[in-house]
Write a protein that binds this ligand. Structure first.
Ligand SMILES: Cc1ncc(COP(=O)(O)O)c(C=O)c1O
Length: 400
């Protein structure tokens, strides 16, 4: 049977991934959660772990919106009114009033003329880059951009693809100069807050380069930012990397509704004509269902933004510092203290409000203890860290 040969090849590939330490393996199944209370954050129950309560340290639900009773109530009420699925793609008959209302709110939140929803931020990036690329377009992309950008650029097949070193503005400019010799359009694309590092793009400088080189391209030089980790969690009012860097508005800004906003889905904001063009040409929008009308109702940006204010975020630069420290700790725990390398503790980015300065002091302590092979001290430090995170989670849960 031909499939036998295929399954053998697939099994060999899985074995290779395992040997290279890249197999993700079985996923932890969350089968329940205990709501925050008594001055502590929520706890999670895992399949196979009985009643042992787990602290979830790697969620992107930065502001705790996913568990808030008022958000759940809005989603429930909308599901009761509209049903649980959109029933069709948008242009056939899948556009509901909550989709339109959310698009208006997103546009207003980012002070843009128009917004457009996608089923996820991944779909948004895949859906907007190919229609913007012609056979005379250069795409210029940071080497650590998210996987959705890498795949969108592959799908778009631009005339020229330039990858610059992470955050290297000198190389970005040189790539622009090269592209200007033969291309009519340049698209610079970057994560806002980088999902792999937790650092952020110098958007102000990228925008300055785009404006400086705009006239070198017959159809201009534009900037596309995917600020899925930044929006809602970064910048004094949660407007993300643009706000944090004091940058002019990017030409197209993409973000997710599935992290700080706690729900699900993705979107792009831009000028009216760009959004009109994308609604007519983006396959991920035209041929794929939108988020449900109830999800659209639950993505309460105003509530999330209000929460950012209320939490009075720590200086936003702390995000990078804390995140890097936390990653070092994770790596040290895995490689030195022998904890299993499970995705459960991987991929951790905390909003500035989640980890306090207190935790930042403790984390290096954990590293040092691990380096000194002092596992008791490491365990103590880790307990303090856990308590700090828990306190922060409790504050998040309590804030309106
Ligand atoms: C930069 C970036 N874009 C897109 C996504 C995917 O978002 P979504 O789950 O809405 O597709 C992520 C998720 O980690 C991300 O970091």
């Amino acid at each position: 049977m031909p499939t036998r040969a295929l399954t053998k090849a697939l099994a060999a590939r899985l074995e290779e991934l395992l040997r290279a330490g890249r197999l993700k393996g079985s996923e932890a199944v969350i089968c329940g959660f205990i709501a925050a209370g008594d001055n502590r954050g929520p706890r999670y129950l895992l399949e196979g772990e009985g009643e042992a309560p787990f602290l979830r340290m790697n969620s992107n639900n930065y502001l705790g919106m996913a568990l808030r009773s008022e958000v759940i109530a809005v989603e429930e009420a909308a599901a009761a009114s509209y049903g649980v699925g959109p029933g069709a793609v948008r242009f056939i008959s899948g556009t509901w009033s909550s989709h339109v209302a959310l698009e208006r709110r997103l546009a207003a939140f980012h002070a843009r003329p128009a917004a457009m929803l996608f089923s996820s931020a991944y779909a948004a990036i895949m859906g907007i880059i190919p229609p913007l690329v012609t056979d005379k377009t250069a795409v210029i992309s940071d080497e650590l951009n998210h996987n959705c950008i890498i795949n969108a650029v592959a799908l778009a097949r631009p005339a020229e693809k330039h990858i610059y070193k992470h955050l290297d503005m000198g190389e970005l400019e040189r790539r622009l100069e090269t592209a200007a010799k033969s291309c009519a359009r340049a698209i610079m694309v970057t994560d806002g807050v980088f999902s792999m590092r937790g650092d952020h793009a110098p958007l102000d400088r990228i925008m300055a380069l785009a404006r400086g080189y705009d006239s070198a391209f017959a159809e201009g030089a534009i900037v596309v930012v995917d600020d899925s980790h930044g929006v809602g969690a970064f910048g004094p009012s949660g407007r993300g990397s643009e706000e944090f860097t004091g940058s002019p508005q990017a030409d197209l800004l993409v973000a997710t509704l599935g992290k700080a906003f706690g729900v699900n889905g993705g979107y792009v904001v831009a000028e009216e004509i760009v959004i009109r063009y994308l609604r007519e040409t983006s396959p991920f929008y035209i041929y794929s269902n939108p988020i449900t009308p109830a999800e659209a109702a639950a993505a309460r940006l105003d509530a999330a933004a209000q929460k950012v204010h209320q939490l009075q975020l720590a200086p936003a630069g702390d995000l990078t510092k804390l995140n890097l420290a936390l990653r070092q700790t994770e790596n040290a725990l895995i490689t030195t203290a022998g904890l299993p390398n499970r995705p459960w503790y991987r991929h951790t980015i905390y909003a500035p409000g989640v980890l306090t300065g207190y935790a930042a002091v403790v984390i290096p302590g954990v590293n040092e203890a691990i380096d000194a092979r002092d596992h008791n001290l490491a365990a103590q430090q880790l307990t303090v860290l856990t308590q700090a995170i828990d306190r922060a989670a409790a504050v998040l849960s309590a804030a309106p």
